[in-house]
Each structure stands twice: as structure tokens, then as C-alpha cells.
Design a protein around this ligand. Structure first.
Ligand code: HEC
Ligand code: HEC
Ligand code: HEC
Ligand code: HEC
Ligand code: HEC
Ligand code: HEC
Ligand code: HEC
Ligand code: HEC
Ligand code: HEC
Ligand code: HEC
Length: 322
């Protein structure tokens, strides 16, 4: 941030402005009052300074003559009030403006529409190096050369929240993660396509510290945050549940009931191939008309008897039957 500001602001205003931004991102009400007071003193300092700081060498009204849409959009957002205005992201526009007005051709300016990802990211991270963005570096999205503007836009955003390029965050994600769109259309799904959840309910697309950028230290912890009753503790645990919910569920969607990765009994028989009531096909001897009748032939869907599949607290629940 400091480097960025040095380019755009002069001397004394620099430190004050820097402090303002830091306080602002903290966000408490008291801080707002402090900011007002500081803003007044910044204005005073700027007025007293003889050399006009870069931030005063143009007014956004000048830019609006030619870029009215960009100015109008940015002024709807908090970015319309950052120190250095347009210059905070595009570098000092004085030359660009001067050349435009004097020679009728645009002078140099930082073009973020065509800039390389790391140039854009450096610009944005100058102010957004905390909170959800603190761990941007090293994440899959950074390594695969995404820019902040792969998902966000400053002048052409569509969402109500977080200035995304599409109305819904999932649409932004689907533009690259097509298989996820397909999964979200399956019969059993988290209510993402209904708009009750987003990809970012479970993922932080800026994070490099967690596996698959999920919003918890590990998968089960993520699921427990909403499905608290699955956390237990249970007297009788079911090992694969404790290990990882994804042993049986696909959070992005499934054509089996309840987001299951396979149909019963196969779901269970991926592991339980040698139970005392084996998962082999029941043949003539143990079906309804057979010699050694088996009740398991009637209710082959394991869950019908093993109801407490996520764990049981019944004293006699060792077989997860109650
Ligand atoms: C007289 C018209 C005019 C004015 C006034 C003007 N610009 Fe421009 N600007 C242009 C033109 C024309 C281009 C396209 C240059 C190109 O594509 O090479 C441009 C390009 C830009 C770009 C790069 C866009 C891209 O392609 O990424 C930015 C950023 C920009 N201007 C910012 C500003 C700012 C900030 C101001 C006010 C300080 C300003 N302009 C004032 C005419 C103007
Ligand atoms: C917070 C950073 C930021 C600020 C502040 C900012 N811009 Fe931009 N500007 C961008 C980015 C990023 C792009 C690339 C396109 C996008 O994301 O919308 C861009 C693109 C542009 C373009 C290219 C046309 C387009 O819509 O793609 C123009 C012109 C422009 N900006 C002018 C301005 C002017 C004038 C101001 C001041 C009123 C300004 N910008 C303030 C980040 C910024
Ligand atoms: C000069 C400082 C500055 C720069 C540079 C900057 N921002 Fe911001 N941005 C802010 C401030 C201040 C806010 C409002 C407070 C906050 O959310 O932190 C903000 C808010 C946002 C928000 C949240 C908007 C919302 O509606 O919740 C997004 C998204 C964002 N910026 C993206 C970007 C991107 C992308 C870039 C780079 C193209 C960028 N910013 C560059 C200062 C900056
Ligand atoms: C892969 C898409 C994607 C990329 C790339 C991306 N963001 Fe975001 N960003 C999002 C989404 C989605 C949200 C909304 C998160 C939410 O709703 O919790 C968001 C939210 C934000 C916010 C609002 C505050 C917050 O954290 O919720 C800021 C600021 C922001 N991003 C800045 C950045 C910056 C800076 C970069 C580049 C270093 C960047 N983003 C790159 C998708 C992205
Ligand atoms: C511009 C393209 C693009 C967009 C938009 C995008 N991603 Fe990605 N994402 C990628 C690429 C490329 C990878 C690496 C994929 C790979 O290696 O197979 C990736 C990987 C991921 C991963 C796997 C991370 C890991 O550790 O393996 C997750 C999770 C992810 N993205 C979530 C999201 C979410 C959520 C959004 C929307 C907020 C989003 N992505 C938007 C391009 C994108
Ligand atoms: C209910 C929580 C949840 C939601 C909602 C969710 N995800 Fe995921 N996602 C996960 C979990 C958990 C993983 C980790 C899977 C693993 O460990 O293999 C994951 C993994 C991923 C991966 C990496 C896949 C791989 O095989 O490496 C991508 C890409 C991804 N999610 C994209 C998305 C997108 C795009 C959306 C929105 C449409 C989304 N996710 C919504 C929980 C969720
Ligand atoms: C942000 C909250 C949230 C998180 C995190 C979350 N879920 Fe969900 N889950 C929901 C909501 C909301 C529903 C829909 C409930 C409804 O329709 O009544 C749901 C439904 C389900 C269903 C039932 C689906 C159906 O077809 O009826 C399963 C199974 C499920 N989640 C598993 C998981 C797993 C596994 C994880 C962890 C990877 C997880 N959930 C993480 C909110 C969440
Ligand atoms: C051994 C396989 C297996 C594992 C592992 C597993 N589940 Fe399930 N889950 C099931 C089955 C089978 C059903 C369907 C039960 C039914 O139809 O009544 C189900 C249903 C659900 C439901 C929807 C119905 C309900 O009970 O609320 C949710 C939510 C759910 N599981 C969450 C989780 C979470 C969270 C985890 C990880 C802690 C997890 N599951 C791990 C097999 C599993
Ligand atoms: C990913 C492998 C896996 C899947 C899938 C799985 N289980 Fe298990 N299950 C285990 C393991 C491991 C144990 C612990 C075995 C032990 O303690 O000897 C266990 C224990 C049990 C027990 C308790 C019996 C005992 O010996 O402690 C029952 C009953 C059971 N599972 C039923 C099911 C049912 C029904 C399903 C399908 C909904 C299922 N399991 C899916 C791995 C799995
Ligand atoms: C009609 C009810 C019923 C059905 C259906 C059923 N079970 Fe069982 N299962 C039981 C009972 C009762 C026990 C307790 C041990 C016993 O008496 O055999 C048991 C015990 C178990 C055990 C632990 C003992 C052992 O043999 O290792 C496992 C594992 C098991 N069942 C898995 C399954 C799987 C997998 C399915 C589906 C293919 C299934 N069960 C279907 C009633 C049933």
C-alpha cells in the first residue's frame, strides 16, 4: 500500500491517509469518528501545502467528459472515495489528462483491462491485504494466474455484494468450473441454485491455507458448522463418518438421495463386504420361498435397519440400529 500511495500522494498527507485506511478497514463506529477528524486535518494539511499533491491535479469531473460510465459506476462504491481517486489504481493520470486536453490524444495511463494478473493483484492487495484476502499468495487461484478481476470488476460489476462480474457468485465460479454447474443441477443438491447458499458459503476463493479453499480446518468441521447434530458426541461412532463426510456424500450434488455418492446397498458394500449378513446376492435359498429364509432379503437397503448411520447414543446401538 505504501508504495502505491507514494506514487499518488505527496509528503505529509501520505501518513495520515495511510492511517485512515488502516483504521477504516477495522470498521468500528469509534473509528469512523476518528476518520472524520483525521479527514478534516488531512484536508487542512493539503490546503496548506504549496505543491499541490497529485490527488488534486485533476478532478474526476475531468475524466467524466470521456469516461462518464466508468466514473458513475465507481462513484456508486467505496472506491469512489479512496485517496488518490482514479489514481489509486491507474497511477497518476495527470499526463494522460494533459495530453488528452492539449494534443487531443490520450497520454500514458495504467490499463487494468489488459494488465498482467500480478500487476492487477498487486494493485488491489495494496489495500486488501487483510481479512479474507490475507492468504491470497500461494493459493491455487494465484498459482493458476487468476487476477482479482477474474471474478471482480471495479466499473462493470453485476452483484449487489462484493462487486462480482455476475449477479450470483456461483455464476462467476461456473464460468471456469463447468463440472460444478453440472453437479449443481442434479436432483439432490445444496440449495445453491435456489440462491439460498453460495459457493462462498463453503469456500473462500482467496484462501491458500486450507485444503480446497474450504472455510474450515477440515471437511467435517465445515459440515458441522451447519449440520451441528452430526457432530455428536456419540456413544457408538461410525468410523467413516468421523473420518470424512465425503466418504458417502458429495457436497456439490448427486442423483442419489441425500447427496450420497452411491445407491444403497452399494454405498455400504464398498466397505462392508464381509459382514455376518454378507452383501452377496440373495439367492433362492434365502428369499421368501427359500429354505433358510433371511429377513435381510426383505429390507436390503441397509439403512432401514441401521438407521443411526451417523452414530448412535442408544446403549444397545453398537450396530447403529437405533
Ligand atoms: C478527452 C478525453 C479523455 C479524458 C478527459 C480522459 N481520458 Fe482516459 N482515455 C481516453 C481515451 C481515448 C482512452 C483510450 C486510450 C487507448 O485505448 O489507448 C483512455 C484510456 C484510459 C484508461 C485505460 C483504459 C483501458 O483500456 O484499460 C484509463 C484508466 C483512463 N483513460 C483514465 C482516465 C482518467 C483517470 C481520467 C481523468 C483524470 C481520464 N482518463 C481522462 C480519453 C480521455
Ligand atoms: C479500485 C481500483 C480502481 C479505481 C479507483 C478506478 N479504476 Fe478504472 N479500472 C480498474 C480496473 C480493475 C479496471 C479493469 C476493468 C474492470 O475491472 O472494471 C478498470 C478499467 C477502467 C477503464 C477501461 C474501461 C472499462 O470499463 O473497462 C477506464 C476508462 C477506467 N478504468 C477509468 C477510471 C476512472 C476515470 C476512474 C476514477 C473515477 C477509475 N477508473 C478508478 C480499477 C480502478
Ligand atoms: C486505495 C485503496 C483500494 C484499492 C487500491 C482497492 N480497493 Fe477495494 N476497497 C477499498 C475500500 C476502502 C473498500 C471498502 C471497505 C472494505 O470493504 O474494505 C473496498 C471494497 C472492496 C470490495 C467490497 C465491495 C463490497 O460491496 O463489499 C471489493 C470486492 C473490492 N474492494 C475489490 C477490489 C479490487 C478487485 C481491487 C483492485 C482492482 C481493489 N478493490 C482495489 C479500497 C481499495
Ligand atoms: C475466484 C474468484 C475470486 C477471485 C480471483 C478474487 N475474489 Fe474477492 N471475492 C470473491 C467472492 C465470491 C467474494 C464474496 C465472498 C463472500 O460472499 O463471502 C469476494 C469478496 C471479496 C471482498 C469483499 C470482502 C470479503 O472478503 O468478503 C474483497 C475486498 C475482495 N473479494 C477482494 C479481492 C482481491 C483483492 C482479490 C485479488 C487478490 C480477489 N478478491 C480475488 C471471489 C473472488
Ligand atoms: C477464471 C477462472 C476461474 C474462476 C472464475 C474460478 N476458478 Fe476456481 N479454479 C480455477 C483453476 C484454474 C483452478 C485449478 C484447477 C485445477 O488445477 O484443476 C481452480 C481451483 C479451484 C478449487 C480447488 C482448489 C484446490 O486446492 O485444489 C476450488 C475449491 C475453487 N477453484 C473454487 C472456486 C470458487 C468457489 C469460485 C467462485 C467464487 C472459483 N473457483 C472461480 C479457475 C477459476
Ligand atoms: C456444502 C459445502 C460446499 C458448497 C456449497 C460448495 N463446495 Fe466445493 N467443495 C466442498 C468441499 C468439502 C470440497 C473438498 C472436497 C475434497 O476434499 O475432495 C470441495 C471441493 C471443491 C473443488 C475442488 C474439487 C476437486 O475435486 O478437487 C472445487 C473446484 C469446488 N469445490 C468448487 C465449488 C463451486 C464452484 C461451488 C459453487 C457452485 C462449490 N464448490 C460449492 C464443499 C462445498
Ligand atoms: C452453510 C451451511 C451448510 C454447510 C457448511 C453444509 N451444509 Fe449441508 N445443507 C445445508 C442446507 C441449507 C441444506 C438443505 C436443507 C433443506 O433443504 O432442508 C443442506 C442439506 C444437506 C443434505 C441433505 C440433502 C438432501 O438432498 O436432502 C446433506 C446430505 C448435506 N447437506 C450434507 C452436507 C455435508 C456432507 C457438508 C460438508 C461437506 C455440508 N452439508 C455442509 C447447509 C449446509
Ligand atoms: C457411511 C456413510 C455416511 C457418511 C460417512 C456420512 N453420511 Fe450422512 N447420510 C448417510 C446416509 C445413508 C444418509 C441417508 C439417511 C436417510 O435417508 O435417512 C445420510 C443423510 C445425511 C443428511 C440428511 C438427512 C439427515 O440425517 O439430516 C445429512 C445432513 C448428512 N447425512 C450429513 C452428514 C455429515 C455432516 C457427515 C459427516 C459428519 C455425514 N453425513 C457422513 C450416510 C453417511
Ligand atoms: C468407507 C467405508 C465404510 C462405509 C462406506 C460404510 N462403513 Fe460401516 N463401518 C466401517 C468401519 C471401518 C466400521 C468399524 C468396523 C469395526 O469397528 O470393526 C464400520 C462399522 C459399521 C457398523 C457397526 C458394526 C461394528 O462391527 O462395529 C455398522 C452396523 C455399519 N458400519 C453399517 C454400515 C452401513 C449400513 C453403511 C452404509 C450406509 C456403512 N456401514 C458404510 C466402514 C464403512
Ligand atoms: C433387516 C435388518 C438389516 C438389514 C437390512 C441390514 N442389517 Fe446389518 N445388521 C442387522 C442386525 C440386527 C445386526 C446385528 C448383528 C446380528 O445380529 O447379526 C447387523 C449387523 C451388521 C454389521 C456388524 C456385524 C458384522 O456382521 O460385521 C454390519 C457391518 C452390518 N450389519 C452391515 C450391513 C449392511 C452393509 C447392510 C446392507 C447391505 C445391512 N447391514 C443390512 C440388521 C440388518
Amino acid at each position: 500500500m505504501i508504495r502505491l500511495m507514494t506514487r499518488t500522494l505527496g509528503g505529509a498527507a501520505l501518513l495520515l491517509a495511510g492511517a485512515m485506511l488502516l483504521v477504516l478497514r477495522g470498521g468500528p463506529v469509534q473509528a469512523q469518528a476518528d476518520i472524520k477528524a483525521e479527514a478534516q486535518s488531512t484536508a487542512k494539511a493539503e490546503a496548506q501545502s504549496t505543491a499541490a499533491p497529485a490527488s488534486q491535479s485533476f478532478s474526476t469531473g475531468d475524466c467524466a467528459t470521456c469516461h462518464d460510465r466508468q466514473v458513475a459506476m465507481v462513484q456508486k462504491t467505496r472506491h469512489g472515495r479512496v485517496d488518490g481517486q482514479c489514481g489509486a489504481c491507474h497511477g497518476d493520470p495527470t499526463e494522460h489528462l494533459k495530453s488528452n486536453l492539449e494534443k487531443g490524444e490520450p497520454g500514458p495511463i495504467v490499463k487494468l483491462t489488459t494488465a498482467k494478473a500480478d500487476v492487477i493483484n498487486k494493485t488491489c492487495l495494496g489495500c486488501h491485504e487483510k481479512g479474507n484476502q490475507a492468504n491470497w499468495h500461494g493459493g491455487v487461484h494465484e498459482r493458476r494466474n487468476l487476477a482479482c478481476t477474474s471474478c471482480h470488476s471495479i466499473h462493470n460489476f453485476q452483484s449487489d455484494r462484493a462487486q462480482l462480474k455476475t449477479v450470483r457468485d456461483s455464476e462467476t465460479c461456473f464460468s471456469c468450473h463447468a463440472p460444478m454447474r453440472a453437479k449443481s443441477l442434479r436432483t439432490s443438491h445444496h440449495p445453491v441454485r435456489e440462491g439460498k447458499m453460495d459457493c462462498s458459503s463453503c469456500h473462500n476463493p482467496h484462501d491458500s491455507t486450507r485444503p480446497k479453499m474450504i472455510k474450515a480446518e477440515w471437511t467435517n468441521e465445515l459440515c458441522y458448522s451447519c449440520h451441528t447434530e452430526k457432530r455428536g458426541p456419540f456413544l457408538w461412532e461410525h468410523d467413516p463418518v468421523r473420518e470424512n463426510c465425503l466418504n458417502c456424500h458429495d457436497p456439490h450434488g448427486s442423483n442419489h438421495d441425500k447427496l450420497l455418492v452411491a445407491k444403497m446397498p452399494f454405498l455400504c458394500q464398498r466397505c462392508h463386504i464381509s459382514t455376518r449378513h454378507p452383501g452377496t446376492l440373495y439367492d433362492g435359498t434365502n428369499t421368501a420361498t427359500g429354505l433358510s429364509l433371511s429377513n435381510r432379503a426383505v429390507e436390503h437397503a441397509c439403512k432401514n435397519c441401521h438407521q443411526s448411520i451417523h452414530g448412535s447414543n442408544a446403549p444397545s446401538g453398537a450396530y447403529l440400529g437405533r
